[in-house]
Design a binder for this molecule. Structure first.
Ligand SMILES: Cc1ncc(COP(=O)(O)O)c(C=O)c1O
Length: 438
């Protein structure tokens, strides 16, 4: 074990869970081997603490760097603002420029508030939706962060979040008094949505969902949700933390033709520097002034500066079109290779963030881990989910696919000879916190 993973052993003694973000736990990818830490990252490359360099065709910083790691233009803008002073008693002017730009990109939106992360942006959106509507109950589908308003869904039977986040999330620490304050419906599913509406109707403060994540929404779905929100007087919130600034410069909803009352951005909008934005109609966002919403570092300058530089570059180079083409190139390659090697795969996800899973019955998870192990041995970080960035050139994708072909061949061979599990050097990749506890 090198320094990189020794440090992770130390981390697990002093940091509950080992990492700050669940999706960075190495055991979710290749237990004992996937690098837990990096020293340098540039473009598509990541260097670990042992000097090993990998090409990252995996979650690519969980989609937070659509221009690639350490983009020089964003870096330059950030360094300039650091030199000028990041914090002072007054606010930085960039936050006004960014608010005006976000409203220009989304003509339905009139006001903007900021945070520095996705989950806290969603907590802010939930607060203003409740304050503006004067109601408490929220209907949701999808993942929206770690805060009480959302995890409260599991207070009812412990499984409301199974289909949206992970199985068996324990809501301990979330006040029991929030029981019943949030109810789920399934992604793009009229039946469960209509049932929630029939049961709770005009008690709903907000309807919260991702407009497009695992694929394109079925025809009429978003229009149906919009009409229902209007009829009930509920605030429609689109969580665009993952879908935003990837398929178009702004929210995916701009292409899907349905306007929400509030849209929430983070991650991709600032290429690796902390930033979150809640944009919305005046009647909803103004509630942030009545209800106390305020935080010291929400007024620093790096976040909005990075967002302005990132959005400027996304626009200038029409990066979203590239991300979609790159994601589709990868998806088409996986499909073709799987059929060449006689493997069953299922692919999901919108164009710029395709995913695939191998279907090999009881051996499925072992087979995916073996794929990751083979890619790792060829110098790639790869695990079935791919967040395309501007730094992923066609040449990088083609090299990753050539390595995937050899990895699929190895998986086929292992399955034919009886067991993918036996071909692994370590454990099968874990699937989440419940697995980790075992
Ligand atoms: C749709 C969605 N909402 C909320 C979040 C939480 O954002 P953060 O991890 O920045 O708190 C994420 C993060 O993956 C997300 O994809």
């Amino acid at each position: 074990m090198g320094r990189t993973n020794e440090l992770y052993e130390r981390a697990r003694k002093v940091i509950p869970g080992g990492t700050q973000l669940l999706s960075k736990r190495p055991e979710l990818f290749l237990p004992g081997e996937w690098p837990a830490y990096f020293r340098r990252a540039k473009g598509v490359e990541v260097e670990d603490l042992d000097g090993r360099v990998f090409v990252d065709v995996s979650i690519h910083a969980v989609g937070s760097c659509p221009l690639g790691y350490a983009d020089p233009d964003v870096e330059r803008a950030v360094v300039d603002v650091i030199r000028a002073g990041n914090m002072a008693s007054p606010s930085g002017p960039e936050e006004v420029e960014l608010a005006e730009l976000l409203c220009e990109l989304h003509p339905w939106a009139e006001m903007v508030r900021y945070t520095r992360g996705g989950g806290e942006s969603m907590a802010l959106a939930a607060r203003v939706a409740r304050a503006a509507s004067g109601r408490d109950l929220i209907a949701f589908s999808g993942y929206h962060g770690w805060h009480d308003w959302y995890i409260a869904a599991n207070l009812v039977d412990g499984h409301a979040l199974d289909a949206h986040l992970l199985p068996d999330i324990d809501p301990s620490g979330v006040p029991e008094s929030l029981r019943g304050s949030i109810v789920p419906f399934l992604d793009c599913d009229r039946e469960t949505f209509d049932a929630v509406v029939a049961r709770h109707g005009e008690r709903l403060a907000a309807i919260v969902l991702e407009p497009a994540r695992y694929g394109e929404p079925p025809a009429g779905w978003l229009q149906h949700v919009r009409e229902t929100a209007d009829r009930l007087g509920a605030v429609l919130v689109f969580d665009e933390i993952t879908s935003g600034f990837r398929r178009t410069v702004g929210g995916a909803h701009l292409e899907l033709g349905v306007e929400p009352d509030v849209a929430v951005y983070a991650k991709a909008m600032s290429n690796g520097y902390p930033m979150g934005a809640v944009i919305g109609r005046r009647g909803v966002l103004e509630a942030a002034e009545r209800s106390f919403v305020s935080s010291t570092y929400w007024s620093e300058r790096i976040g909005p500066t990075a967002a302005l530089a990132t959005i400027g570059k996304l626009r200038e180079h029409d990066v979203p079109a590239r991300l979609c083409a790159t994601g589709e190139r990868m998806r088409a390659g996986w499909r073709q290779l799987a059929s060449e090697h006689g493997l069953e795969i299922a692919t999901k996800g919108i164009a710029p963030l395709p995913t695939f899973s191998l279907d090999a019955g009881d051996e499925s998870r072992a087979a995916m881990t073996l794929y990751t192990q083979c890619m790792f041995d060829e110098g790639f970080l790869a695990a079935g989910g791919f967040y395309a960035s501007y730094a992923h050139t066609d040449e990088v994708v083609d090299r990753a696919l050539a390595a995937s072909s050899r990895a699929f061949a190895r998986v086929r061979e292992a399955l034919d000879s009886g067991s993918a599990r036996q071909a692994l050097r370590g454990e099968i990749a874990h699937s989440g916190p419940s697995r980790r506890a075992q």
